[in-house]
Design a protein around this ligand. Structure first.
Ligand code: CMP
Length: 379
């Protein structure tokens, strides 16, 4: 792909929301550091006072955040419903438990440990967390099956170890709960080594349990990785589908072709004045403009292409370097079609190939005639 990220002519300016989020993270970091520091022994009284001041300042910040969110806006309607939402609950947990603990007479250093609840604020803003929740929900069946295998190996392994080792090591394997502890540490591949079988039968069982432990965790990791990949594909497909619908040229294809193409396209969001392709560079993809606008820098006049248009096809058709530099003139969303997908798709759908070739021929024609005009005027 010929996108030059370092070709950004103007960078993004952080939005106010972004700056506010950064401030929230900074307060969180300072608060957690102060909470950890205050637990250290041998602190000077002055340092301890400063740390407590710092913790109070962080608590005040989070309290102010909560008040702003529940403060009635736009008339008499209050936002108290916010308190009963997930983020509202997290904001409340970040503010109320510490003063309640202090008022209940819990020592200050212990009460401030409740500041660890501030970390939940991160969970509220992490987009990956909702993705994880969805993957777990979708993969609940296979994950549950592996959990059942885990439990079967756990119980059978601990019973076998109990039988094999109870006579020789009654202090470690004398009861089933003791053997279960060994099975949990072995099956989870933690292996503290505080309980080790010494009989031949015990070691044989231990070997089987260890191998099963690796298998179970391998299966869990595989199921989750597969679930994440499938969910990403699903989300990309839905997003691309909506974008493809905005490109009239693609909308005219038959539905199965649109589905096929939607799977091939990759979306990219670009800021204004980003160089997308640079003249003379090799090209290995073409672009459809779903949103925004680009400027093709050709002589004598630059050409502007808006939503629904495409560019970058000449290099793919002719196997030649890019014929012009293309820059976004507004924040734009482009759909990228890689050369291998372009070839596969146009082989199956000659109508698209024809339309692209026609556009390329007319653009190349314009370029040639403007080059000829330049040559004549040079002469
Ligand atoms: P390519 O040469 O791969 O990369 C630059 C792209 O700019 C080119 O493909 C065309 O898609 C586009 N382009 C070149 N000349 C013109 C033109 N005269 N009008 C519109 N687009 C053009």
């Amino acid at each position: 792909m010929s996108l030059h990220v370092d070709d950004l002519l103007t960078g993004h300016r952080p939005s106010r929301a972004g700056a506010y989020r950064l401030l929230q993270y900074a307060v969180l970091l300072v608060g957690l550091a102060a909470m950890a520091a205050v637990t250290m022994r041998g602190l000077q009284p002055g340092t301890r006072t400063w740390l407590h001041l710092c913790l109070w300042a962080c608590l005040a910040f989070f309290a102010a955040q909560l008040v702003i969110k529940v403060w009635p806006r736009g008339g008499a309607v209050g936002q108290t419903n916010y308190l009963f939402t997930g983020p509202g609950l997290i904001d409340t947990l970040a503010v109320l438990p510490i003063p309640i603990a202090l008022l209940a007479g819990v020592p200050a250093d212990t009460a401030w440990l409740l500041g660890s609840l501030w970390l939940l604020k991160l969970a509220a803003v992490l987009p990956g967390l909702s993705l994880l929740g969805r993957v777990i929900a979708l993969e609940a069946r296979p994950l549950g099956s592996v959990l059942v295998i885990f439990l079967i190996v756990l119980v059978l392994g601990s019973v076998a170890l109990h039988v094999a080792e109870r006579e020789v090591q009654p202090e470690r394997f004398g009861s089933l709960p003791q053997s279960l502890w060994w099975a949990v540490t072995t099956l989870t591949t933690t292996g503290y080594g505080d309980a080790v079988p010494i009989t031949f039968a015990g070691r044989l069982v231990a070997g089987i349990v260890m191998i099963c432990g690796l298998g179970v965790f391998g299966l869990w990791a595989g199921i989750l990785a597969n679930g994440f990949a499938a969910e990403h594909r699903r989300r990309d497909f839905v997003r691309n589908w909506n974008l493809v619908a905005r490109v009239p040229f693609l909308r005219e294809l038959d539905p199965t072709a649109v589905i096929e193409l939607t799977r091939m396209l990759r979306r990219i969001d670009l800021a204004e004045r980003t160089v997308v392709v640079r003249r003379g560079r090799p090209g290995d993809c073409m672009y459809f403009i779903a949103e925004g606008e680009v400027e093709v820098q050709v002589e004598p006049q630059p050409v502007r292409l808006g939503a629904g248009a495409f560019f970058g096809e000449i290099a793919l058709l002719e196997g030649a370097p890019r014929t012009a530099t293309v820059i976004t003139t507004a924040p734009s969303t482009l759909l990228i079609l890689e050369v291998s997908d372009f070839r596969a798709f146009t082989a199956m759908h000659p109508d698209l190939a024809l339309a692209v070739e026609k556009a390329a021929a007319s653009r190349a024609g314009i370029k040639k005639s403007s080059a000829a005009t330049n040559d004549q005027s040079d002469a």
